[in-house]
Design a protein. Structure first.
Length: 89
């Protein structure tokens, strides 16, 4: 993410007047997996003055499972052969 954020910050700094950028008030917001990646970018990009990390994904498996209906997740965890067969590619 730092490789994406730093060039954007560079661009903003080089075009402050054109885009009316306040260099002391640049923020970064990351949503979902972007929340995780934004945290990594903030660790290396010190020109950011604020950041919003919204629902970072720390465990991809858990995040996916949370979106499953409970009966489906139970069937998968119980090893229901009909449901498990559908998940094999």
């Amino acid at each position: 993410m730092g490789k994406a954020v730093t060039p954007v910050i560079d661009f903003l700094m080089n075009n402050k007047e054109k885009y009316d950028v306040d260099a002391e008030r640049i923020a970064l917001m990351g949503i979902s997996m972007g929340g995780y990646l934004a945290a990594r970018a903030v660790a290396f990009e010190h020109r950011l003055s604020a950041y919003i990390l919204y629902n970072g994904v720390y465990d991809g498996k858990e995040a996916l499972e949370l979106s499953f209906p409970h009966p489906l997740l139970k069937s998968i965890n119980d090893g229901d052969k009909h449901v498990v067969k559908l998940w094999r590619f």
